[in-house]
Design a protein around this ligand. Structure first.
Ligand code: IMP
Ligand code: MG
Length: 401
């Protein structure tokens, strides 16, 4: 049985820990989209490690696939690889020959563009890398064994983007990327063939989503989204496996909401209350260190994400962060121009949340916590199967139902 684990909010739902926890019972962990904009936090031997490109199954000794739907910064991948090895990870990686790469030109373009239209991207070159892919001038992993060919393509990009970069600089970077590719030579394979065979042979796969459903290029809060498919359909297109191989979907939701970067956020809270929640939850970006915007749980968005993703099971995370609140709020509908909505419209700006106020809890055995879980299940029609109440693996509770 294969499982996709995806975030149902704006990313940072705590997928890293959930994937690390669950990957024990799978043979393979595969990422299908995004790049080093992701920041998946895993605790291993008491160390806190932020993974950006390598799937979170690496510390469970799994085969970890970086699929063709990803955009990969090869130089950063080398750094991350030596870091996880230093921490004692025993897993291995396989990199798709068809994945596109991110160069410094993409990162530069990302920063330039964002200064104009202010989405608040991670500046990891994600948008421009998907742009060159779709424009059919991108550089794929299989091409990296020829440094001159890489340099040539980079020169075309620099020209297209009107960038003032010297031929020498481009050549130097192309050599660096070429070196990284040679280093990973035995890890670079046609992962779609490898993965289909592995599944045919009875191996099981955990598909690790990155970002969250509300950052999906089509169904997120466009244009304040990432440039990739974050929904589980991307597991099929981004890994080259038939949709029927995605057997189940587990949606990860945090007990409250956060968002990094710009864009509408109906349940956002401000001021001292926001600071308190941000500090309690350690809500600072794993990739950029930016303070995250915080707010109450938004079941309008979660209800929609559950529908889009087909998540029938939920993992509810960071419930310990809300401990000790006298009252908490949960949005169950939106209101705009006198109209009540259960699902988000195409543009959620100026949507006012309709809140249910509930008692807080001091422990997950409290009645108030049970009521919170029941409200989520009632409103989304999905079952809460896992609850995470701390960073460590042990602080995970499984519901048998
Ligand atoms: P990009 O993916 O770097 O282009 O950023 C686009 C938007 O998605 C920005 O608002 C980012 O802050 C947000 N974003 C990208 N990756 C993540 C993530 O892994 N967690 C949370 N937000 C993210
Ligand atoms: Mg993150």
């Amino acid at each position: 049985m294969n499982l996709a684990v995806i975030g149902l909010q704006f990313g940072d739902e705590g997928k890293g820990k959930i994937v690390d926890y669950l990957s024990e019972s799978f043979d393979i962990v595969a990422r299908y989209s995004g790049g080093s904009n992701a920041g998946h936090t895993v605790i291993y031997n008491g160390n806190k490690i932020h993974l950006h490109l390598i799937p979170s199954g690496i510390f469970q000794g799994k085969k970890c696939v970086l699929g063709s739907g990803m955009v990969i910064d090869m130089v950063q991948l080398m750094d991350e690889w030596s870091e996880v090895k230093e921490y004692g990870a025993s897993g291995d990686i396989l990199i798709s020959t068809r994945a596109h790469i991110v160069t410094s030109l993409h990162k530069k373009m990302d920063a330039l563009e964002d200064r104009k239209r202010n989405i608040g991207t991670t500046k990891r070159g994600i948008g421009p890398a998907y742009e060159t892919k779709m424009k059919r001038i991108g550089i794929r992993v299989h091409e990296l064994f020829d440094a001159d060919a890489v340099a040539k393509k980079m020169r075309i990009m620099a020209e297209m983007w009107n960038m003032d970069v010297s031929v020498k600089e481009i050549q130097r970077e192309a050599e660096e990327i070429h070196y990284a590719a040679k280093y990973f030579k035995s890890n670079i394979v046609d992962t779609e063939i490898w993965l289909n065979r592995a599944i045919d042979d009875g191996k099981t796969v955990l598909f690790e989503g990155s970002q969250g459903a509300m950052l999906d290029i089509d169904f997120g809060t466009y244009p304040y989204v990432t440039s990739a498919v974050t929904l589980p359909g991307g597991a099929s297109t981004g890994l080259g496996i038939p949709p029927r191989f995605v057997h189940r979907v587990l949606g990860v939701i945090k007990a409250y909401s956060t968002r990094v970067g710009e864009g509408p956020f109906p349940t956002e809270i401000h001021g001292a209350d926001a600071e308190k929640l941000r500090d309690a939850g350690g809500e600072y970006g794993a990739t950029t260190g930016r303070p995250r915007r915080v707010g109450w749980m938004d079941l309008v968005l979660v209800r929609y994400s559950v529908m889009l993703s087909g998540a029938d099971e939920l993992a509810l995370t960071k419930v310990d962060v809300l401990k000790g609140y006298d009252k908490i709020r949960v949005a169950v509908a939106y209101e705009r121009d006198g109209k009540k909505m259960l699902y988000p419209p195409a543009n959620i700006e100026n949507c006012k949340p309709v809140y249910v106020e509930m008692n807080g809890w001091s422990d997950i055995t409290d009645d108030a916590f049970r009521q919170f879980v029941e409200l989520i299940e009632r409103e989304t029609k999905a079952k809460v199967k896992m609850v995470s109440y701390g960073r460590e693996r042990e602080k995970t509770m499984l519901f048998k139902k």
